[in-house]
Design a protein around this ligand. Structure first.
Ligand code: PMV
Length: 347
């Protein structure tokens, strides 16, 4: 991990200024579920970074007269003290790698392009944007990280804020978690997917149908913890590895049928883990199930390649190639009820 220690000479920095960064959300096709200290995934994951669902962050800094962390978070223009404990913990975790954190008073001004409490997790895009801002400041202070080093460090830092955030730092397809299937993969940071991707996956659509808006009943943090004593954990970690391995040729050859089988199996495996934890819980809602059934029926009747995945919540991510947009959009108009939708895509 010495690679991520700062090259800055440690002194008390006196500068002031402001930096900003934008970072999108991502949707995992191979799910990260279960971790060990500190933010090390129990299995590799692979995701599509989205485009429209983004966090925009401005980080203002000025000399800090105290010897402790000092920060204030503003969300969409309003001071948001309840967001601050999470950032304090993040700062504590990354202090060894970001030596100037106590030198400055920080103001974090952040906003999302997706609706607040839409059920889309903003932790990935939020932590990603903040990590990018910190590497920007590191360079302003003279660290001289080149573009690749900067992204790698931002991914490393973002992981310590929220695991899946490390994947959001890169566009397109990314992989996080050490696996023999992907060369260069690491538990400490995500990497851009290094193999061939079939053009059918270019601008691949992810229309998020917002089945439930607002806070989830069980957080992802609690869900990851429940994997520690989970009766099926080992099998699940193996299965994620296998699914990732199977996905590599599919991403290359564009076999959408197999793509759908792997991706939907992953989504349901994630929720099966929730349903078989001690204590067990269910995050899917009746409308989640209804839409999944409708997707299956529509696909069978029309042969339109449209699939679903789920994150740790009730919302349905509807995945399909760009060239099927019209048909799927018509289908969703009819079958997604009154639920709001966010029409996003990768890249
Ligand atoms: O990064 P976290 O702790 O919010 O966990 C994310 C877990 C899933 O979204 C369910 C899967 C994933 O790989 O993103």
């Amino acid at each position: 991990m010495d690679e991520f220690k700062s090259k800055l000479n440690h002194k008390k920095f006196e500068e002031q200024g402001s930096v900003s960064a934008v970072c999108p959300s991502n949707i995992a096709l191979i799910k990260y579920w279960g971790k060990r200290e500190i933010q090390i995934p129990m299995n590799p994951s692979l995701s599509f970074t989205l485009n429209k669902s983004r966090t925009e962050t401005e980080l203002k800094f000025k000399p800090n007269p105290t010897n402790d962390f000092s920060l204030k978070v503003f969300f969409e223009g309003n001071h948001q003290p309840d967001f601050e404990p999470k950032i304090y913990s993040f700062f504590k975790r990354i202090e060894d790698f970001v030596p100037f954190l106590k030198d400055f008073e920080f103001e974090i001004h952040t906003s999302n392009t997706f609706p607040h409490s839409s059920g889309i997790a903003s932790s990935a895009s939020g932590m990603g944007a903040l990590a990018l801002c910190l590497t920007e400041i590191e360079n302003l202070l003279g660290a001289d990280l080149n573009a690749d080093q900067k992204l790698k460090k931002a991914s490393f830092l973002a992981r310590l804020g929220s695991g899946s955030a490390c994947r959001s730092v890169y566009p397109g397809v990314t992989v996080w978690g050490k696996t023999d299937s992907v060369s260069g993969s690491s538990d400490l940071y995500a990497i851009p997917y290094p193999y061939k991707i079939h053009p059918i996956f270019k601008n691949f659509r992810d229309t998020v149908v917002l089945i439930e808006e607002g806070q989830k009943s069980v957080s992802s943090t609690a869900g990851h913890d429940l994997m520690n004593d989970h009766p099926y954990a080992e099998k699940r970690f193996e299965s994620a590895e296998e699914n990732l391995k199977k996905l590599i040729p599919v991403l290359k050859n564009g076999d959408l049928e197999t793509f759908g089988t792997i991706v939907e199996h992953e989504a349901l495996s994630l929720h099966a883990m929730m349903m078989t934890s001690h204590p067990y819980y269910i995050l899917m809602k009746p409308d989640t199930m209804k839409l999944i059934e409708n997707i299956w029926t529509f696909r069978k009747q029309t042969s339109v390649p449209v699939f679903f995945t789920l994150d740790a919540g009730a919302n349905v991510h509807v995945l399909f190639p760009e060239n099927q947009s019209e048909k799927v959009s018509q289908f969703l108009k009819e079958k997604a009820g009154n639920h709001k939708m966010i029409e996003d895509f990768t890249g």
